[in-house]
Design a protein around this ligand. Structure first.
Ligand code: SF4
Ligand code: SF4
Length: 111
């Protein structure tokens, strides 16, 4: 059993069980967002002026987060980095807060 909102632990369990040589079942401890009983929270939005395009929030893998702009920037030491600015589709956001936790800039806030 695993809490799917604890992303590092959840991904670790997924990796381990994908490698298991026998059939395996993972039970998640949060309600399915498609169930009638699921209680949506207030959707979140991205404050564009605070977003630096780091794209860490995209690692959450949420379908409500879409890329609005991509850019490559060369850093002082010559390394080229890929940046992606994002927006949140309010109708698809359940307000789970996972993307906000991933954003070190505090750019993702309640609508
Ligand atoms: S993690 Fe925050 S700063 Fe980085 S792209 Fe997402 S919203 Fe922008
Ligand atoms: S709060 Fe949850 S559902 Fe909403 S955009 Fe972020 S990760 Fe997706």
């Amino acid at each position: 059993m695993v809490d799917p909102y604890e992303l590092p632990t959840f991904f670790k369990v997924l990796r381990e069980e994908m490698k298991a040589p026998e059939p395996s079942v993972i039970v998640t401890t949060r309600p399915c967002v498609l169930s009638r009983d699921f209680e949506r929270r207030r959707p979140l939005v991205v404050h564009e002026e605070q977003c630096n395009g780091c794209s860490r929030c995209l690692d959450v893998g949420c379908p409500a987060i879409t890329v609005t702009r991509r850019e490559q920037q060369e850093r002082a030491h010559g390394k080229v980095v890929d940046l992606a600015w994002v927006r949140i589709e309010g109708a698809a956001c359940t307000g789970c807060d996972l993307c906000a936790k991933a954003c070190a800039r505090g750019a993702i806030v309640p609508a």
